[in-house]
Design a protein around this ligand. Structure first.
Ligand code: ARG
Length: 582
């Protein structure tokens, strides 16, 4: 159990000693620091229960708290708010416990098995900023939930199936009609054939083919035909498709690696397609499929709906399956392979209707048990300073690589040439740029759209990734310089700032659980900024290394180490890497 939770329990016991029972006692941080550090507001509700004036109850409780000896500056404000301050000695003891055992500053939960669907890159298409948000938020949520005791399996759920791939293979056929893949006579092993195509080619080919298919009905028909050939594993086409996936995947992996995003599973839509027959069996046996203009659909509307809820397109009239049905197959696959307690989808909020349809259709035939949680963790858009989705300077769709380059350019000048050797500078600039990007992306509540300003978010001051990296590296450097000094015990506080740091440290477990409850990282990004700026204030006000009061110096160094450890823990949870120097 965490210290803060234990503190609540201790107070609860003391309140009981005063003659009152509070079921859920939670100390609130005080808004009026002159009155106290914590506030206990339970006298008001106890008044009703015990038919006494709140002030009388508060006085009874105050008396017991006074006798206890661990608290100071005890007083009652207003009708019965009890203000409590921890004695230096007591706060120091609590913090020392955290220094000795990090587990004392975390509240684990009962474990749950979760499949987290995030990333969602599409093969043969460039990753864009929407994919960035899914990767950032998804990876951080995965790490947070794991930290709190869940067993989370992240799946990239690649978009490697369907028409776009048919279009790409068709266009390759148009450009290289003599490739062995298209020859009926070729008897050899396709995997030995070099494809004269790079990932950059693929990224160019898809938009070209997509545009052409919209202008040319015949071309579209051919693409459909090829999509069908791939999906029915026809020799040659199927092999070429696999090759395309392989080329593209290599590139996708590199981008995710740069972002410090690691998936446990690299399954794709095509892997779920293996479950389509079984899915058909389940749905055909049920009575939820209805015919509509040659297609098969599932009605998912409910009486209580206040917005339109169209039926889910289960199968098109030509027999091909939709994105929705692929997701249903994926649910079946996940149940069979992993039997999870929860499945989370970290996907753009604009796909909200899609997931609602899918979840309802899944529930209708009990693809998973009723108690299995299916949740869409939607997120808003990253906008440019003009308030519309972030674009290139020319106004086109911003690729993720383009965005990273842009932020890197804004970061380069912020690297200190005196501390970072020349041959490391590019690498560090990239790491800092990615930190800037990630922190900015995780700063607002996930559901809100936000404006990304490269100059602002790479600044070394303010709520930015670079500020946090810079400050954390400085803490480490201080601790290195203090290697020969005594560390490990907090007994003294010189100023209010140090106490504030200490109290903020105690709140960590509450913040972590709040973030997991809301499945958003904003509480953590705000918290780390608050802790860091408090620390920096303290750092600026004191000369730690030359302090002559050795006991005070030890307290300061110990406090520094706790803050440093928390920063490292949280940055790692946000999947932000900390360079050695910057
Ligand atoms: N590939 C999709 C896209 O780019 C995202 C996939 C999200 N996951 C899912 N199970 N549908 O929009």
């Amino acid at each position: 159990m965490s210290i803060i939770k234990e503190l609540n329990e201790e107070i609860k016991k003391l309140v009981k000693k005063a003659g009152y029972e509070v079921e859920n006692l939670v100390l609130q941080p005080s808004g009026r620091r002159d009155l106290g550090e914590f506030q206990l507001n339970d006298a008001m509700s106890l008044a009703k229960e015990y038919h006494k004036a709140p002030r009388i109850i508060a006085e009874d409780i105050l008396k017991v708290l006074e006798d206890d000896g661990r608290f100071t500056n005890l007083n009652i404000a207003g009708p019965g708010f009890i203000n409590i301050t921890l004695k230096d000695e007591y706060l120091g003891k609590l913090l020392t416990e955290i220094y000795n055992d990090k587990e004392r500053n975390i509240d684990k939960r009962e474990t749950r098995k979760v499949i987290l669907d995030y990333g969602g890159a599409n093969v043969a298409k460039a990753l864009h900023v929407g994919h960035l948000r899914s990767a950032n938020i998804g990876e951080a949520l995965k790490r947070l939930a794991t930290l709190l005791g869940y067993n989370v399996i992240g799946d990239a759920h690649l978009g490697d199936y369907g028409r776009p791939l048919g279009l790409v293979v068709l266009e390759i056929k148009k450009r290289y009609p003599n490739l062995e893949y298209f020859s009926d006579n070729y008897q050899g092993d396709f995997s030995e054939i070099e494809l004269p195509i790079t990932n950059d080619d693929l990224v160019e080919i898809y938009p070209y083919a997509s545009k052409k298919s919209k202008e040319n009905e015949e071309y579209l028909e051919e693409a459909r035909d090829i999509t069908f050939k791939i999906q029915s594993h026809e020799r040659g086409y199927y092999d070429l498709w696999k090759k395309v996936v392989e080329i593209s995947k290599k590139d996708i992996k590199k981008v995710y690696e740069d972002l410090n995003v690691n998936f446990e599973l690299w399954l794709g839509e095509s892997d779920a397609a293996e479950y389509l027959d079984e899915l058909d069996e389940i749905y055909n046996k049920s009575n939820v499929l209805t015919k509509s203009e040659g297609a098969e659909v599932i009605e998912v509307k409910e009486e209580t709906d206040t917005s339109p809820m169209p039926p889910l397109l289960y199968k098109r009239s030509n027999g091909t399956v939709s994105y929705e049905t692929t997701d249903l197959a994926t649910i079946l696959q996940r149940r069979k392979l992993f039997n999870p307690d929860e499945i989370w989808y970290c996907v753009d909020a604009r796909q909200g209707l899609h997931f609602e349809q899918v979840f309802r259709a899944a529930r209708k035939v009990k693809l998973v048990d009723d108690n299995v949680v299916l949740e869409h963790i939607g997120f808003g858009t990253m906008n440019g300073t003009d308030g519309t989705p972030f674009k290139t300077r020319e106004g086109g769709i911003m690729s993720l690589k383009g965005l990273i380059d842009l932020v890197e350019n804004a970061t380069r000048s912020r690297i200190n040439p005196d501390t970072v050797e020349e041959d490391k500078r590019e690498e560090v600039a990239k790491e800092v740029a990615i930190a800037a990007l990630k922190y900015a992306d995780l700063l607002p509540y996930r559901g809100t759209d936000y404006v990304f300003d490269p100059e602002k978010f790479t600044d070394l001051e303010g709520k930015t990734g670079p500020y946090l990296l810079y400050s954390t590296i400085r803490m480490k450097s201080l601790l290195n310089k203090a290697k020969d000094l005594t560390i490990g015990k907090i007994t003294q506080f010189k100023t209010e700032t140090e106490r504030d740091i200490g109290l903020t440290i105690l709140r960590l477990p509450i913040i972590l659980n709040k973030a997991l409850d809301s499945k958003s990282l904003n509480d953590i990004t705000e918290y780390i900024y608050k802790l860091t700026s408090l620390y920096n204030k303290f750092y600026a006000e004191n000369k730690i290394l030359t302090e002559e009061n050795k006991e005070l110096q030890t307290s300061w160094l110990t406090l520094t180490k706790i803050v440093y450890d928390i920063n490292m823990l949280l940055l790692n949870t946000l999947a932000i890497k900390v360079p050695e120097k910057m």
